[in-house]
Design a protein. Sequence first.
Length: 398
Amino acid sequence: MRQISDEQRRIRLARRQALATDCRVDSVEAAARATVCLHATEPSSVHLAAWARSGASRADVDRSLYADRSIVKQLAMRRTVFAFPRDLLPAVWGSASARVASTERERLARDVEKSGIARDGRRWVTRTTMAVHELIAERGPLTTTELRAAIPALDKRFRTGRTDSKWGGEFPIAPRVLTALAASGRIVRGDNAGGWKASRPRWTLTGDWLPDGPSPSTGPGPVTPDLGYTELVRRWLERFGPGTEADIVWWLGATKTAVRRALTDLDAVEVALADGVGWVLPDDLDPEPEVSDWAALLPALDPTTMGWKHREFYLGPHRDKLFDSAGNGGPSAWWNGRIVGGWTQHPDSGDVIVVPAEPLDPAARRALDDRAARLTEWLDGERVNSIYLSPLGRSFAP
């Protein structure tokens, strides 16, 4: 069995995910392809992740999202919003998104019944999602607020969990309905009524947002689940491989059965890793040449930070400093393929500050400070207030 060292894995992520200085790309779409897709749960993460890999301006990212529409936001793996290259959508709709949509509809139906909104939760969900779809088809793109004003069912609230717990209480039902409908691919997050750091989408029919396709209604629509998962696993292996079966299952939010089928269909090859057995594509066994020293500042939930379940080869002993208890990675500072700290902004000046998690050698300190200065200039006085700020970032005191 071929062995791939941790150092070689770090070189691979530097090259393939456009993080090394001489490997960065020249467009937002290329930045998304470098990591399969960009995390978009926090809107600002798309812009920051694209900048880290391509130097794209905020206007460049907005143009790709809302004018060119070369990348499209879609709820998919692990019930997370991602910005996907447009051509990948049929595979996503048929696999990861379809799984999320089914789960969301069932959960919503149960909560509707438990909250006394309707006796037949499934029927209520079908009728309400249909009403939303029909209204958007009639009037055009609408915000969540506009939909709630027009459809009484969306203005209801549901109860979940214990009212005295952190996660329990009463919540508006509209976001849940729109989540289930958007996961199906029938509507998408169109123009954003907020700024680049806010998520206030105008919900739009997919066929209207992408008139030249792909679209579930105008074609090409979703592929079969098996084909969809196979394509997602192929792209993951191209950019993140090698990785373990557990890494791929976690990233996809899928079952071991689906992942094993995809690996078989791809003729994937087993390789020995420091932490177990990994997988690569059959033509991807040769070592990558070394890269020059590089530094990067990545946003919360960056696709590289969140790309594997087993993170020791790039995270080392810093898990508790960079990840919260739910497994969400905060803003991170990278040096030659390893996370060596985080970053935050000075509370007064807004300047980007690197917060080391370990002693840094002079070359690393200089390179990271240079990236911090460049990011400060790029932000131009804007502040990014992530809810996923790492424990390390929260500990910073000027």
